[in-house]
Design a protein around this ligand. Structure first.
Ligand SMILES: Nc1nc2c(ncn2[C@@H]2O[C@H](COP(=O)(O)OP(=O)(O)OP(=O)(O)O)[C@@H](O)[C@H]2O)c(=O)[nH]1
Ligand SMILES: [Mg+2]
Length: 443
């Protein structure tokens, strides 16, 4: 891929507006609208998450505010009194900005900043800035850059506004002449951004094609992909299952790139497992679209290991949110094993209950090395479309026993007076061979 001219040619420009904006501010209030139907506990949990996101982005949250209203205001999202109140408090404590727990329209953000004279950013901007800071590889950087540009395009006027105020650019000298210049500049910038978007899109297409070729080369291997909410423990499990050393951190979006390794299954069948970027509720659509090269790993898998942190009381909500993103990228029909991680932090009884509740699920602790063998066994069963059978064979069928040794995995083999008792894992397509000898699971 490195020899590709499009791929190599794309340069990241230093000192962009985006960088300027992200580095300055450090403290904020967070705020959300609460509707009649909203569950107050969920609103709080969602604000907790926003606070954690802000913290990861290097912004300290100094206070949280909610406004009860049936719908957001079209022009300024919140109501007038609420915003005036926020402004007073922001000034009192010297906080830099307000973070809104939703995606603001470009007009709403602009109106708030113009009318109330404080900086406002939304949840999407916080997530983008985390992605910006955590992107390490060229692939991740390109994808983040694309999402940022697409987010910026309709918001340029506002971003220039910041730039003018904070950096005393020549465009802020006032007067109608310079305003005219500003308009012109915005048009020029829009064209430049569109041009960059085109270039990055083509670079990402090249990565995707390259990855596709790579995958074709290992086509006979089964593809397994770890998916799940951010911080669920995907990378910890990945490292546990392979000899990789992917970065594990107690912070959101530690992983932005996909890494693949071989996975040794006891049947000896070749398999490749991938660790990827985590999901979050309301993942900004720009990011989902831009991360197509990374997310392809999941779309293209034979089996998804959906990792969820069961020590977090919102785990059921996380599962739904992840499934929503999977549906959005067309990966909802792929077989899934629900990996109930961090079982070391909950009672055994509770993790057992969840295993039964969710069906194809296995409780593990990736960090404490618990339940890993059970997980691998389930992986083999699902992946190979295998089932476990209990057989009672007459002694005339010893030749079948040796075939079963070739075709499947014999777990128990007991030669008794009444015949041969066997416990075997076998692919569905070979079921007809043993049809007549299947018995109920012995006690
Ligand atoms: N107690 C406990 N902590 C765990 C377990 N597995 C992972 N963790 C911790 O959970 C945190 C997140 O782990 P990661 O493996 O980075 O999670 P991830 O899903 O890859 O997260 P992102 O890449 O940020 O989306 C780290 O602090 C891990 O040490 C577990 O089984 N038990
Ligand atoms: Mg990770």
């Amino acid at each position: 891929m490195n020899s590709d001219p499009n791929w190599e040619d794309f340069e990241f420009e230093e000192e962009e507006i985006w960088n300027e904006l992200q580095k300055k501010e450090k403290s904020a209030f967070i705020a959300a609208i609460v509707r009649q139907k909203d569950n107050p506990e969920e609103v709080e949990a969602s604000l907790d998450e926003l606070e954690r996101l802000a913290d990861t982005a290097g912004i300290t949250v100094l206070g949280r505010y909610t406004q009860k209203r049936p719908n957001p205001d079209r022009g300024t999202y919140f109501g007038k009194g609420f915003l005036e109140n926020i402004r007073t408090h922001l000034l009192q404590v010297g906080a830099d900005m307000l973070i809104v727990n939703a995606e603001l329209s470009p007009m709403q953000a602009r109106n708030i900043e113009k009318q109330y004279e404080f900086k406002v950013i939304d949840r999407t901007e916080v997530i983008l800035s985390i992605f910006h800071d955590h992107a390490r590889t060229r692939e991740a950087k390109l994808q983040v850059k694309l999402a940022e540009l697409q987010y910026q395009l309709p918001r340029l006027r506002r971003l220039w506004g910041h730039f003018d105020k904070e950096h005393g650019s020549v465009r802020s000298t006032g007067g109608s002449a310079s305003r005219g210049m500003g308009e012109k500049q915005i048009e020029i910038d829009k064209r430049l951004i569109r041009d960059q978007i085109r270039k990055i899109n083509s670079a990402i297409d090249h990565i995707s094609t390259h990855k596709l070729t790579q995958r074709k080369q290992r086509d006979n291997a089964k593809k397994i992909c770890l998916v799940g909410y951010t911080n669920a423990g995907k990378s910890t499990l990945f490292n546990r299952l392979t000899d990789a050393d992917v970065l594990v951190q107690d912070r959101l979006f530690a992983t932005l790139d996909s890494t693949s390794r071989q996975l040794k299954l006891s049947t000896g069948a070749p398999a490749v497992i991938s660790d990827t970027v985590g999901f979050i509720s309301d993942l900004p659509h720009h990011l989902v679209a831009s991360f197509r090269a990374t997310l392809m790993e999941a779309v293209d898998a034979d089996l998804l290991l959906h990792v969820v942190d069961i020590s977090d009381k919102r785990h059921d909500y996380y599962i739904q949110q992840v499934n929503k993103v999977l549906a959005g990228i067309g990966a909802d029909k792929i077989s899934q094993i629900l990996v109930l991680n961090k079982k070391d932090r909950v009672e055994e009884r509770y993790s057992k209950l969840l295993e039964r509740h969710y069906g194809t699920a296995v409780a593990i602790s990736a960090s404490q090395n618990q339940g890993i063998d059970e997980l691998l066994e389930m992986v083999e069963l699902v992946l190979m479309d295998n089932r476990r059978y209990y057989l009672h064979l007459p002694y005339e069928q010893t030749s079948l026993v040796s075939r079963l040794h070739d075709l499947g995995r014999i777990e128990k083999e007991d030669y008794r007076e009444d015949g041969i008792h066997i416990q075997v894992i076998l692919g569905k397509m070979n079921r007809h061979l043993i049809q007549d000898y299947i018995v109920e699971k012995p006690n």
